[in-house]
Design a protein around this ligand. Structure first.
Ligand code: GTP
Length: 235
């Protein structure tokens, strides 16, 4: 196995599957099966999931809502998704612990770094909910921060495209994919991998990022085993 400890970042939207809103049970189970495949192989797995399928702070601001208020609602949305993933994993017999950056004692543990690491060592999948617990930060930033804190080998950004392209492949058919790219090149070419806060945090801590297609069966397992899948961003 190439990566012993990973942080998997999933988007909330991905959980919608073909639905327009909320959580698609079929997609949720598929994701849980993919995660179980690397868990069974002995990989230590931490997960951060977005909340965009339920609530988006930035869009709410456009509708007149206070940004900070909207961001907190978005953080709560990530906890709902985290609970969904937790349940889907446990149905498959995967041990999990959910930790939230905002205290919700009745539902999950508070985020405690040392406890999270211990859970990983004991073979539990650890899910981090409620982002960083602060407004103005994305779940990509939360994922990066947690990945650094738990000393993950890599952050795996599961998306619906299979890597980073020279241009948006959904708009420009001539776009080509990078197998690897440096942090500098991403800055120079103005490519969008993560928001700048998250991306810079990765760079400053030499945390490699792999962007890959989470919807393709087997991708996650093959990636963790060292196959070249998606695009690797490294120093
Ligand atoms: P170890 O003692 O290291 O083996 O970890 P553990 O998670 O098994 O022990 P602990 O006694 O901390 O937790 C037992 C169960 O209670 C686990 O399912 C935890 O997720 C859960 N738990 C622990 N702390 C909290 C909390 O503050 N709130 C909620 N809702 N659950 C918690």
């Amino acid at each position: 196995m190439k990566y012993k400890r990973i942080l998997l970042k999933l988007s909330g939207e991905a959980l919608m599957g073909n639905k327009g809103f909320g959580i698609d049970q079929v997609r949720l189970t598929e994701y849980a099966q993919e995660i179980k495949s690397i868990y069974d192989a002995g990989c230590e797995v931490a997960i951060v999931i977005g909340g965009g399928n339920i609530f988006r702070g930035i869009q709410a601001e456009k509708g007149g809502m206070d940004r900070v208020h909207g961001d907190y609602m978005g953080m709560l949305a990530t906890v709902i998704n985290s609970m969904a993933i937790q349940s889907a994993l446990e149905v498959l017999g995967v041990q999990t612990r959910l930790q939230s950056a905002i205290k919700m004692e009745q539902i999950c543990e508070p985020f405690i770094r040392r406890k999270a690491v211990r859970h990983l060592e004991k073979g539990r999948v650890v899910i981090f909910g409620a982002g960083t617990g602060n407004p103005y930060f994305t779940t990509d930033t939360a994922a990066t921060l947690r990945a650094i804190e738990i000393e993950a080998n890599v952050i795996l950004k599961g998306t619906r495209v299979d890597g980073i392209y020279t241009a948006d492949p959904e708009k420009d058919p001539a776009a080509t994919k990078y197998e690897t790219i440096s942090f500098e090149e991403v800055y120079d070419k103005g490519l969008e991998v993560m928001d700048m806060t998250a991306f810079t945090l990765c760079k400053e801590n030499s945390l490699p990022i792999i962007v890959f297609d989470m919807n393709k069966k087997g991708n996650l397992k093959n990636l963790v085993e060292g196959q070249k899948i998606g695009t690797l961003v490294e120093m």
